[in-house]
Design a binder for this molecule. Structure first.
Ligand SMILES: CC(=O)N[C@H]1[C@@H](OP(=O)(O)OP(=O)(O)OC[C@H]2O[C@@H](n3ccc(=O)[nH]c3=O)[C@H](O)[C@@H]2O)O[C@H](CO)[C@@H](O)[C@@H]1O
Length: 358
């Protein structure tokens, strides 16, 4: 039986593609294992599948700011390499699939030391730091935006296009409404601060809630541990959550417009579902700037409007969301055009090819 190990984590964006691929390999009779961090979001998402053996390894974090923790991280990452090396040596997989995030670097090194071929997936316009470190050790790098290939070594890069979680297309608006207790009359606004949440977006939303609720029913995904209800009694037509799992598909089915960070997975999911988006990308100070590029690309294609975080005020949010709703048809028509294909089959074929398993 052929075997594949998946890795990737740190945020949901580094697990989503794996969650789509795992069932394909299981259906084809492959043995599937996962190596992630000891406590990251990937552990929760993968163990929830119930039937995928999960091994947690020690990881460092690629911080962009000073912290005393940074001094310990090389030791943690070194320990992670040794753990990944021995896990992979014992497991003898045919291929490693890496979705990036800080946990993936020791795992890719462990695979390379064991001479296991590596396929990397990059969701953003430019490769993240973890993937940049890992790419020299990989056979194949699969990309989501065509322009990414110019940042990668020729011969290794394959443009496969956006991969969208199949379960998101199965949602039912009626179920979403009964889950949230919403009516059919008022439009629905979904606000997502990225899989880990955004304090600034959450606070801005809370401070203009009455204005938003005058026009919309609002679902607010606040991020782990940040879903506290509005200060007074929960407002009618407002449903805050930390994070939604299987209910997200039904909530999206009833959603009219979306305010979101510009993480690559969410962008392509909203495009596939034709949801007009107002993007608030993470700024350069808070990240490596990948979301600014993702957002610019989507704005240029006519799929989204962008509100930069430095211009995010309660007034600007209400104004831009109202404008987005009024122009929703224009955005939906643009999203209905062009290549909206799903890369799942292409990606599976590339992994087979790299593994040498037909
Ligand atoms: C802070 C950070 O480093 N962000 C990066 C991270 O974003 P982040 O982890 O936020 O990832 P994305 O926005 O790409 O994907 C989030 C995933 O979580 C799902 N979801 C979200 C909320 C929820 O309640 N339920 C749920 O299921 C979404 O449907 C999506 O599939 O990875 C992306 C892909 O590499 C990058 O573009 C982002 O810059």
């Amino acid at each position: 039986m052929p075997k594949i190990i998946f890795t990737g984590g740190g945020s949901a964006g580094h697990v989503t593609v794996n969650l789509s691929l795992i069932p394909c390999f299981r259906q084809e009779g492959w043995s599937v294992e996962y190596i992630g961090s000891e406590n990251g979001i990937e552990k929760e998402l993968i163990t929830a599948l119930g039937d995928v053996p999960y091994s947690g390894i020690s990881t460092g974090k690629l911080r962009r700011y000073f912290s005393w923790q940074n001094l310990k991280d090389p030791f943690r990452a070194g320990r992670g390499v040794l753990q990944a090396y021995s896990l992979i040596r014992r497991s003898k997989p045919d291929v490693l699939f890496s979705k990036g995030g800080f946990v993936s670097v020791p795992v890719v090194i462990g695979a390379w030391l064991n001479r296991v071929p590596v396929v990397i997936h990059e969701s953003d316009v430019t490769p993240g730091l973890a993937n940049r470190l890992a790419i020299p050790l990989a056979q194949t790098v699969c990309t989501t935006f065509p322009e990414t290939n110019s940042h990668l070594p020729a011969g290794k890069a394959h443009y496969v296009g956006p991969l969208v979680r199949p379960d998101l297309k199965e949602g039912k608006a009626e179920r979403g409404r009964s889950f949230c207790g919403f009516n059919r009359v008022k439009p629905v606004l979904l606000i997502m601060g990225g899989s880990l949440g955004s304090h600034k977006i959450n606070e801005t939303v809370r401070s203009c809630l009455p204005e938003l609720l005058a026009r919309f029913q609002v679902v607010h995904l606040c991020g782990k541990g940040q879903g506290k209800p509005a200060p007074s009694a929960p407002a009618e037509g407002y449903r805050p959550f930390d994070y939604l799992k299987e209910e997200l598909a039904d909530v999206l089915a009833m959603t009219d417009v979306v305010v979101t960070r510009a993480g690559a997975n969410v962008l392509f999911e909203m495009r596939a579902l034709k949801k007009p988006m107002l993007l608030i990308p993470l700024s350069k100070e808070q990240s490596r700037g990948d979301q600014l590029l993702n957002a610019a690309s989507f704005r240029a294609s006519g799929y989204a409007e962008v509100l930069q975080e430095e211009n995010l005020t309660p007034e600007a949010l209400v104004r831009e969301v109202t404008k987005l709703y009024e122009n929703r048809t224009k955005f939906k028509l643009r999203m209905a055009e062009g290549d909206n294909g799903d890369a799942l089959r292409t990606l599976v074929a590339i992994i087979h090819e790299t593994a040498g398993v037909s």
